[in-house]
Design a protein. Structure first.
Length: 256
């Protein structure tokens, strides 16, 4: 017969793992079928379940307490899985700022992961960051972090504390700072171009400056992106590695 207590424990582990994978970078992509996500979540959950010290987990009865524990596990998984998305949001937003300066704000492409229309430069940087994430085995790091979370946050013991709330606010605010840092090489260059446009417009009022400089902006933007591409790869790689370390800090904060 199936042990009800073990089944409930496995179910709670599955809820945390599956909710994290659904919102995580790459693993939560819409290009991966839901069946594969659920199967992967079940396999990881079973492996983690076998490694748990069941003596440290109080008995869980099938009543309203089980519902509360299930909600806690889902929220904990969503926070852990969603944390690494901040880097990708920053990269996408940085590309949007660059594309806006390149006069490409009307040239949008469909983003199947977010089901929205996005700037073409932002999408290029987003998928470049996703490739870097896979190359540095970021998805493996996420699974290791989920396993580590059970050493810090026992099943059903997660609470949203004040330190966690403050840390999440700081991470959210850092998205805009990271976006400006990533886009700064191109933004500074285009700032000088805008100053030159203003000077020319004052000197030659009859000249349609913005129409004349539009091809220049497009060519200059492509040149700067190609020129700074190694810098972007190095910067995004370091950001992903840094946020992987911050993920452990987040988990420790959740267990405090």
């Amino acid at each position: 017969m199936i042990n009800i207590a073990d089944f409930i424990l496995l179910l709670l582990v599955f809820l945390r793992i599956s909710s994290a994978i659904i919102v995580a970078p790459f693993l939560g992509s819409r290009g991966i079928p839901v069946t594969i996500k659920l199967f992967l979540s079940l396999v990881i959950s079973y492996i983690i379940y076998l490694s748990l010290d069941k003596n440290l987990i109080p008995p869980i009865e099938a009543n309203w307490t089980l519902f509360v524990f299930a909600v806690k596990e889902i929220i904990a998984g969503l926070i852990i899985g969603f944390m690494l998305q901040f880097v990708f949001f920053a990269v996408n937003y940085a590309g949007t700022l660059i594309g806006f300066d390149m006069m490409l704000n009307m040239a949008e492409v469909f983003n199947p992961n977010e089901d929205v229309q996005s700037n073409i430069i932002g999408e290029m940087l987003y998928y470049g960051a996703l490739i870097i994430f896979i190359l540095i085995n970021g998805h493996h790091y996420l699974i290791q972090s989920l396993n580590y979370s059970y050493k810090v946050i026992q099943v059903g013991n997660f609470i949203i504390s004040e330190p966690l709330h403050i840390y999440l606010v700081k991470l959210t605010a850092s998205v805009f700072v990271l976006a400006i840092k990533i886009a700064s090489p191109v933004l500074v260059s285009f700032f000088l171009v805008h100053i030159a446009e203003g000077i020319i417009a004052r000197m030659i009022p009859q000249m349609q400056v913005f129409f004349v400089t539009q091809p220049l902006k497009l060519g200059l933007g492509i040149f700067l992106i190609l020129l700074t591409l190694p810098l972007y790869i190095y910067m995004i790689k370091n950001l992903l590695i840094e946020y992987e370390k911050r993920l452990y800090i987040l988990i420790n904060t959740m267990g405090a």
